[in-house]
Design a protein around this ligand. Sequence first.
Ligand code: ADP
Ligand code: MG
Length: 702
Amino acid sequence: MDPILTGLLKPKSIAIIGASTNPTKIGYKVVLNLIESQYKGGIYPVNPSATEILGLKCYPTVNDIPYVVDAAVITVPAKGVLEVTKQCGEKGVKGLIIITSGFGEVGDVELEREIVRVAKSYGMRVLGPNIVGTLSNSDHMNASFAPFLPLPGKASLVSQSGALLIAMDAATYTRRVGFDKMISIGNMSDVDFAELIRYLSEDPDTSCITLYVEGLHDGREFINAARACKKPIIMLKAGVSEHGAAAAASHTGSLAGAAKVYSAAIEQAGITQATDLNDLFDSTLALSLQPTMKGDNLLILTNGGGVGVLATDAAEKYGLPLKFAPPEVQEEMKKHMPDFGSAKNPVDMTGMAGNDWYYETTKSAFAHPWVDGLVVLYCQTAITNPAEIAEAIHRGIKDAGVTDKPVTISFVGGEECDNAMEWLVERGLPAYNAPDLAVKSIINLRKQQQISEINNNGSYNPGKIDSEKARAIIAVARKAGRDALTEIEAKQVFKCYGLPVTATDLATSEEEAVELAEKIGFPIVMKIVSADILHKSDAGGVKVNIKNTDQVREAYRTILENARNYKPDALIEGVAVQEMAPWATEVIIGSINDKTFGPTVMFGLGGIFVEVLKDVVFRVAPISVEEAMRMQNEIRSAAILDGTRGELPRDKAALAKALAAYAYMVDDLKDEVAESDANPVILYETGKGVKVVDARIILTKK
Ligand code: ADP
Ligand code: MG
């Protein structure tokens, strides 16, 4: 591990610059917190106007400290931070924990940058500014102004919001979700999420990484770090309301809300996305305590039909429907229930289930090789004692002798149930007060396993790429002062990346149009060619199914006339004459160059599916062919691609290749292309491929 980063996050000694004798000041609280958390390293308060703080010797400057200082917590006012940073650099401090606020978050980005520049010139790293500090149970270190260390556990939190970190810290005790570290990341002037993910991935005291994210500086680096991470990551993204999509020139732009792109990136990064703060805690509990679920066989044990049904519903809702247990499992289960119980799945032992039955079913179910994951439910009854049931379940799990499978538990009832669940959680068994939460959590563990099995790092190289030619075509448009390519140019660029486009040529006269039409062969399609008319049909600029030379002449005149009426000042290059693709399923492929994640790729079905239902999925480009296949299966109307109402299944394999080739293209041209789409792409039945009949490319502003 990077020794400098370790010095910052696991320091052997800490100076508190701006330490104070005034109990209302942050500079006092940090010293107090370090003492109270029983930090074992050196604690050196720094303040020129004090000699002693909380019984510790106080130094006028950091350079007066006669010992090595690993980290400095800085609480002096913003205007003094730069000077202090220089002093720390001279002292040989490794990392700065800058609590002080009043920088980038209030618009003073320059000062913040200068501090980081100076810090780096001395080889120091910076956490913050504008943070609460950092807390670690395993290091007995509360280097923050949050009042106490969190409930000990194996998850580690990185939070962009300081206030939320303090609130979550307190909530760990009421929610019984334990954390080892809580790191406040604030303005992320230097150390960012990606770096902390890489650090925590190696941290022996962290088993699960919990993130609260408002925004990222470098989305790519974040995805790469998360993909490389060996531990589950659960993330709550705040600020997912739609924005910035209003003035988009392409269809994709208007569909690509920040939320959709973030969700796509989170998914691709293999991160579990929390829906809200409750979910963040609930998911963290199971992800931090239990191993992943290696197969799809989920077994549910219950003493109540009602909670069993709720759990069954949840299993389906969260994507892991229950299967009936095989006969040998059922036979074993039947030994521990009355005749009217059910051994199928959920295994319903009925309200008569006592400690022994819970023990026996838990033990044998958990040990059985068919079972990949177990959920144990309990409804409070008049004849059982929740504490004893909890004990029986715990013993059953232990005696099963299996450690590579997950189990989650739910007790529904009163205070005794709550106490019993607390007891279970303390023993590493995640317990929830609602059956659906226990099911959702174990399914998260299944998904986590699936993520680790998917190789989503892959990109697809379509082969025979002519990047230079593509760039030359773009250069011509740029030279002419245009920020969009014509359809003809865009198709040429697409072709450079192996995308199957319709043969298209430019006609600048009726005669030329006739010649081209005869060369291509009827029927043909004719379209206006103008970088000023991006939506050609709207301008009456598209004529399909042209069958003879008379129709070519007529179409030529009408298209030009319509275009001039539509936009009198449009620069018109001529009329495109192109091969007419037979009609089949229309799909749309698109891309926007997102400010956080860079080029993305979008897929959806054409027509009302995209326009009304907005049934599209996104990924960050590039993508593998397998990922492109998953995209096709992810849209709500996915069944249409497999053939409905007597239609044959569509050529998903060809589409996957086209999608991946397109993703390769937008990634390769990310410095040039701001938005693009192929709308529509015509998708034929299996074995017959795809055809791009319209192409659009909008260039980046330069
Ligand atoms: P725009 O999107 O700019 O209005 P398109 O090129 O997409 O123009 O053409 C409009 C519609 O005409 C398409 O959605 C498609 O249904 C049809 N179309 C266009 N080009 C062809 C072609 N070469 N073969 C078959 N149909 C086409
Ligand atoms: Mg179109």
